[in-house]
Design a protein around this ligand. Structure first.
Ligand SMILES: Nc1nc2c(ncn2[C@@H]2O[C@H](COP(=O)(O)OP(=O)(O)OP(=O)(O)O)[C@@H](O)[C@H]2O)c(=O)[nH]1
Ligand SMILES: [Mg+2]
Length: 292
């Protein structure tokens, strides 16, 4: 069996274990002190999108736990919520410069889950927080929850595809599973808007026994390495794939789990800044919109 036979082997290509050499405090400081490179925006807005049950809500909870200093379970995990939930992270009563937008999952079928018009509406900032999606109908442009003239702060600055590392849609062999096809449709839409994109590969603990036993094996696991390569079929480069383990059943925080989660957030903020840079370079005609 593909997963288990490879999961127990490690690669010798990585000379040292990077995870053991990263200081989580420095990552937290980077996040706390991050400032978007445009005056009109104070928080980077990151959209989490992906199949049902991939770990989108768990990711928000996990990041929240890291900043709170203990494991919390705030967002709706394990149930398919149907709203757009815009979640701000706080530490010591102070809002962090990052907003995670959690959505209902992508599902097969024309009247299930989010559709491409819904995603398009979220990306452009047309869909307001708490908007209840109707799985059998796209966002209504004449509805009260539709924001007709959003500004840059309301739009999405980075899109993160959340994929379960245990699922076959990520595997190289079954690379074109329907959820990946759906993600690819979203991808095309995101590319056309110029929004940067990353892949969050969750449940690395469930996917590989070596990693389950010791998370610091993450960059040594052939199985995870192959999963990361398989994500390239979505159109992102390998460096844009961020493997993480969310807090799911744990009662206590773990430093290596924190490092992977915080590293993912740092990348999200860097890519958001890349987006602001691109817009800035795009020309003066947008300078008013940007508040420059
Ligand atoms: N072992 C393990 N379990 C995880 C991980 N991430 C999420 N889970 C579990 O997977 C299940 C689904 O996670 P959710 O966070 O609810 O997934 P979601 O993407 O928000 O799902 P929908 O909102 O239904 O689309 C939950 O039971 C989580 O505890 C992980 O990294 N490792
Ligand atoms: Mg959820």
């Amino acid at each position: 069996y593909y997963a288990t036979s490879d999961a127990s082997s490690t690669t010798s290509a990585v000379p040292m274990n990077i995870l053991k050499s990263i200081n989580p405090e420095r990552l937290m400081d980077y996040i706390k002190n991050y400032k978007p490179e445009v005056k009109s925006v104070v928080q980077a807005r990151v959209l989490l999108v992906g199949p049902v049950g991939a770990g989108k809500s768990s990711f928000f909870n996990s990041i929240n736990s890291v900043f709170k200093g203990h494991v919390t379970g705030q967002a709706n995990t394990g149930s398919a919520g149907t709203s757009l939930t815009t979640q701000v992270l706080f530490q010591g009563g102070k809002a962090l410069p990052l907003v995670l937008c959690d959505t209902m999952g992508l599902e097969e079928g024309p009247s299930a889950g989010l559709d491409i018009d819904d995603v398009n509406g979220i990306l452009k900032g047309n869909v307001q927080d708490r908007y209840q999606f109707n799985p059998s109908m796209s966002v209504q442009t004449d509805g009260v929850a539709f924001c007709k003239s959003p500004s840059l702060k309301d739009t999405i600055h980075c899109v993160v595809y959340v994929l379960d590392a245990c699922k076959k849609e990520v595997s190289a062999r079954v690379g074109l599973h329907v959820c990946v096809c759906l993600c690819m449709c979203v991808f095309m839409c995101v590319v056309s808007l110029g929004v940067p994109q990353l892949v969050l590969l969750t449940k690395v603990d469930e996917a590989c026994p070596l990693v389950r036993d010791d998370l610091t094996n993450i960059y040594l696991s052939h199985y995870i390495e192959r999963m990361v390569s398989a994500c390239v079929c979505l159109g992102v480069s390998q460096s844009c794939v961020l493997p993480v383990k969310n807090y799911s059943r744990e009662l206590e925080l773990d430093v290596h789990t924190d490092i992977l989660l915080l590293t993912a957030v740092v990348q999200m903020l860097r890519y958001s800044n890349g987006y602001f840079d691109d817009i800035y370079q795009a020309g003066d005609q947008k300078s008013e919109w940007l508040g420059l």
